[in-house]
Design a protein around this ligand. Structure first.
Ligand code: ZN
Length: 211
């Protein structure tokens, strides 16, 4: 897609249960780090050496070093805390990002462009959400694949200058339906209106933060 550099961040290793829905990986990769293996596979596929991998989890210590200067951030995490951390950083630095999630045969995608669309904080609005992720139930193999196709095409649209909506896309693959839920900018949002960044400043947000 013409990127100068792609940074892949993941502290996790490849396990048997990943193979059905993470098609980049095979049995030979079991036990290896996901980000490094991803970089190696992309190099193998197209010969490009523009993928940088970080074999640890994003947290409030390393986020500046890793995400600083990014044109766009794609979230594929399984942690609501990590998403909130990305949201704070994105709003603070004005970097657009795409939140994605998969659960069962469903998917969620939301484009967040600080000052132009609502942010994750506008959506959560102080509630303690039970996140949609694979730790609570099974994920059908096609759900993350579908979310991945839609979110990468969203990146292509955005980077080619097209208008991208900040609606929450709620996809039910089993029903082949996409619902667009309008999320307005919340004037009471502590992140994008109040410019409060408690997670960025909280040095306890270290490593994987699932809940
Ligand atoms: Zn907001």
């Amino acid at each position: 897609m013409g990127f100068e550099q792609i940074s892949v961040i993941d502290g996790d290793t490849i396990s048997e249960t990943d193979l059905g829905r993470q098609s980049l990986y095979s049995r030979n990769d079991l036990g290896f780090n996901k980000a490094e293996t991803c970089r190696n596979k992309i190099e193998e596929l197209n010969g490009l050496k523009n993928v940088v991998s970080y074999n640890f989890y994003l947290d409030s210590y390393n986020i500046e070093e890793i995400l600083s200067g990014s044109d766009i951030v794609l979230d594929g995490t399984d942690s609501i805390r990590t998403r909130e951390l990305i949201n704070e950083y994105s709003v603070k630095k004005g970097i657009p990002w795409i939140m994605t999630a998969s659960y069962g045969d469903m998917g969620q995608i939301k484009f967040i462009f600080p000052e132009k669309t609502s942010c994750l904080g506008c959506m959560i609005n102080g509630r303690n959400l039970i996140p949609m992720n694979c730790h609570y139930d099974s994920v059908e193999p096609y759900a993350p694949q579908g979310v991945s196709v839609l979110s990468t095409s969203m990146i292509a649209s955005f980077l080619s200058g097209k208008q991208v909506s900040g609606d929450l896309m709620f996809i039910e693959f089993g029903k082949m339906s996409v619902e667009r839920i309008r999320i307005d900018i919340n004037p009471g949002c502590s992140v994008c209106a109040g410019h409060e960044y408690p997670l960025l400043e909280d040095k306890k947000i270290k490593g994987r933060q699932i809940y």
